[in-house]
Design a protein around this ligand. Structure first.
Ligand SMILES: C[S@@+](CC[C@H](N)C(=O)[O-])C[C@H]1O[C@@H](n2cnc3c(N)ncnc32)[C@H](O)[C@@H]1O
Length: 241
């Protein structure tokens, strides 16, 4: 796994965080070191997906990046499903295809380059995963994306939504972020790397509060939902149609 040193060089400024080739090259390491409990989260996504996946349906991973979650879904789901990975970055999709080939993922798996800010047709899905991706979709388009996921799910299908979230109050927010940066330091990121990445993500990653995400799901059709993962400023929700 290539080490993430994207923000380690003094003087080199990344204007805005992006998901191009340099990021795709080191992305697996970035996920492992920047997302709290990432391996456990993967296992949970796999378990929940296996519970809700139905024969003869599609299982979607929106914002599939290098395909870590698609691999998890493939390994956990023992049903006749088609895997669909969607991402707007061709560099990520190239890495994803490479992974699926190396891991000899034999099952039907389609990768689609598409911008989630634009309408997306979801059809006959029993599981849709949005793992740390909705936060990059412009707020203006989040309702229509969640609505089309709800409409594209079969009865008893589920959406697995994981997001970075804001604390309910500024004081909680502050301490959660402080603990998050401490975690990143423990993972080997320097103060400079942490602050440069924070700046690069500003206006690119726009987190909601947990209750805002909950309202977003409810007003677009989901009535049955629960939290399955929470670590300071990170949260995972499962919502069932
Ligand atoms: C943080 S990564 C997601 C991590 C991944 N889902 C996982 O399970 O580890 C966000 C991904 O969403 C993609 N993305 C961001 N904005 C997008 C958009 N508007 N349309 C499609 N993909 C987008 C990025 O290219 C990137 O691969």
């Amino acid at each position: 796994m290539k080490k993430d040193t994207l923000f380690s060089k003094k003087g080199i400024e990344l204007a805005e965080f992006n998901f191009g080739r340099d990021t795709a090259e080191v992305f697996d390491d970035m996920l492992n070191r920047s997302v709290p409990l990432y391996q456990e989260l993967q296992r949970m996504i796999g378990e929940i997906a296996a519970e809700f996946a139905q024969d003869g349906t599609g299982v979607y991973d929106l914002g599939c990046s290098t395909g870590v979650t698609l691999q998890t879904l493939h390994e956990h789901i023992n049903k006749d499903i088609k895997l669909m990975g969607v991402d707007y970055s061709q560099d990520m999709l190239d890495k994803c295809r490479e992974r699926l080939t190396t891991m000899q993922v034999s099952r039907d798996c389609e990768l689609l380059q598409s911008d989630l800010n634009k309408p997306l047709k979801i059809n006959n899905a029993s599981v849709v995963v949005l793992n740390l991706t909705l936060q990059f979709v412009r707020p203006l388009y989040r309702d229509s994306l969640i609505r089309s996921i709800f409409e594209g799910l079969v009865e008893k299908g589920c959406l697995i939504l994981v997001e970075k979230v804001l604390g309910n109050e500024p004081s909680f927010n502050q301490i959660f972020i402080k603990f998050y940066y401490e975690m990143k330091k423990r993972q080997g990121y320097s103060k400079l790397e942490i602050s440069k990445k924070r700046e690069a993500l500003e206006n690119v990653l726009i987190p909601y509060r947990l209750d805002e995400n909950r309202q977003l799901l409810i007003r677009n059709g989901f009535t049955s939902l629960d939290i399955f993962y929470k670590w300071y400023n990170f949260c995972g929700i499962v919502a069932v149609k």
